[in-house]
Design a protein around this ligand. Structure first.
Ligand code: TRP
Length: 458
């Protein structure tokens, strides 16, 4: 493994370098795993707070449009690259284009999940800590929830929880594609829906829930502006796990006979459903207790505890909520870890277990400054007004991710000739797909990129 064969231009777009990935998902296993990757802190932590900040229902509608019109075509493109290339991200790019230069893009999309995991796992750790805090009743012993949250993220405990989050992720990944990733998601993704529905019924039956529902579902278009459109598009990418090779990596394990178009639609709608249910839990709850929906990242950790404290059986519902968040986060961290692990096993020829241990350790170490920088020991270390955590999040979500997405659209739109066949789409669907991937998606994604990099302002 890992030795690079000569690659020749052949009419069959797959050229020979290294070995092809052999492991495969089952049909439903793949759908669950991909939904598991998509559904995460993005749906349940980030989506509600940005929807709160950018005006509620109108923003939600924009998000739906971005997800369906831009997200789905790019998702299909990533899945097709993965299945067509059957390698780690950079190998797949090289195989399908026959040009080594494309390997650099693949390499970038391998570093990115590496970085993003180092702070995503920090927040995943917070959710686990909050689950324990809630179930044990300690959360409610002090009603200054903001102060409690700050004291927690200001201490050393987040490092321990981040370690636990990475450890659990590594545990799943070490078991491999079908008995690790697939089995884990087949249990937790249906489990999540049940938990979400229980919590939604609870939220919708609270006195005063109606106001939250109309904030979430009754659009006021005057609140929309260009900035909210770009944020919606950026979030559609994040939420569908696009732009850094996660879906390419999973695509490499998909059976040739499975329809990628149908899979992309199932994944997109699944992701949307979880965001919708999360909104129907969080907004009715926040409004019913007169809390502020637009308060940003603290929404889930600061506002919701106050609501749980005031509701009958709040310990149970609050605890369930944080368990739900933790599971959702873990099905995503699993997909993020698989990307660099697949690269390392393929390129260096290491065994899966050894790769997982080394990569996990490196990510954990890189995450320590993140875990401590939100309010802890190294929070004084600022670069240009941003902490480590902020920098990781900002650079990954706002620059690397749209850049990766842009490269995917260019690759499928202009470089790779075998996309039509690999996608399995009928001629008219293929035309529509190609149109979106060639002309619409790259332009809009480029705008997001310029905006995020501070080159253009609105
Ligand atoms: N989509 C996940 C969420 O919504 C996060 C995630 C997992 C991700 N894998 C990714 C984001 C790959 C970008 C790229 O929380």
């Amino acid at each position: 493994m890992g030795k690079q064969g000569q690659y020749e231009d052949s009419s069959n777009s797959v050229t020979e370098i290294g070995e092809e990935k052999k492991e495969r998902f089952s049909r439903s296993g793949f759908i669950f795993a991909a939904i598991g990757s998509a559904v995460g802190l993005g749906n349940m932590w980030k989506f509600p707070y940005i929807t709160g900040m950018y005006g509620g229902a109108a923003f939600f509608l924009l998000f739906i449009v971005c997800l369906l019109a831009i997200g789905l075509p790019v998702l299909l493109a990533e899945l097709a690259i993965g299945r067509g290339g059957r390698g780690s991200v950079s190998t797949s790019f090289i195989r399908l284009s026959g040009a080594k230069g494309w390997g650099a893009v693949g390499f970038l999309s391998i570093l990115a999940p590496f970085f993003i995991l180092s702070f995503y796992s920090v927040v995943a750790g917070w959710t686990m800590h909050y689950a324990v805090l809630t179930f044990s009743g300690r959360l409610f012993s002090n009603t200054d929830y903001g102060g409690q949250f700050n004291a927690f993220i200001g201490g050393w405990l987040p490092v321990l929880w981040q370690f636990i989050a990475m450890f659990l992720t590594a545990f799943v990944i070490i078991k491999g594609v079908s008995s690790g990733i697939e089995r884990f998601n087949q249990i937790f993704i249906p489990g999540l829906v049940i938990l979400l529905i229980v919590l939604m019924v609870r939220a919708l039956t609270l006195d005063g829930a109606g106001e939250g529902v109309s904030f979430f579902l009754k659009p006021d278009f005057s609140k929309l502006n260009t900035e909210s459109a770009l944020v919606a598009l950026g979030h559609a990418f994040f939420s569908l796990s696009l732009g850094m090779g996660a879906m390419i990596t999973y695509g490499a394990y998909v059976d040739k006979r499975q329809s990628l178009g149908a899979a992309a639609i199932a994944i997109g709608l699944g992701d949307l459903l979880y965001a919708f249910l999360a909104g129907l839990i969080i907004f009715p709850t926040t409004f019913a207790f007169g809390l502020e929906a637009s308060q940003g990242p603290g929404l889930v950790f600061v506002a919701l505890p106050a609501a749980f404290a005031a509701m009958p059986l709040g310990t149970l519902f609050g605890g369930l909520f944080f368990v739900l968040l933790a599971f959702a986060a873990l099905t995503s961290t699993v997909s993020l870890l698989e990307v660099p692990v697949s690269f390392v096993t393929e390129q260096l020829g290491w065994s899966r277990s050894f790769s997982v241990i080394i990569v996990t350790a490196a990510i954990f170490l890189m995450g320590v400054p993140s875990a401590l920088s939100v309010g802890g020991a190294v929070s004084g270390l600022n670069f240009g007004g941003k902490t480590f955590f902020d920098w990781f999040d900002f650079v990954c979500s706002n620059i690397v991710l749209p850049f990766g997405g842009l490269m995917v659209t260019i690759f499928v739109g202009y470089v790779w000739k075998g996309a039509a066949e690999e996608s399995g789409l009928t001629a008219s669907w293929f035309k529509l797909w190609l149109f979106m991937v060639r002309y619409i998606a790259p332009v809009l994604v480029f705008l997001v990129l310029l905006y995020s990099a501070g080159v253009i302002h609105f």
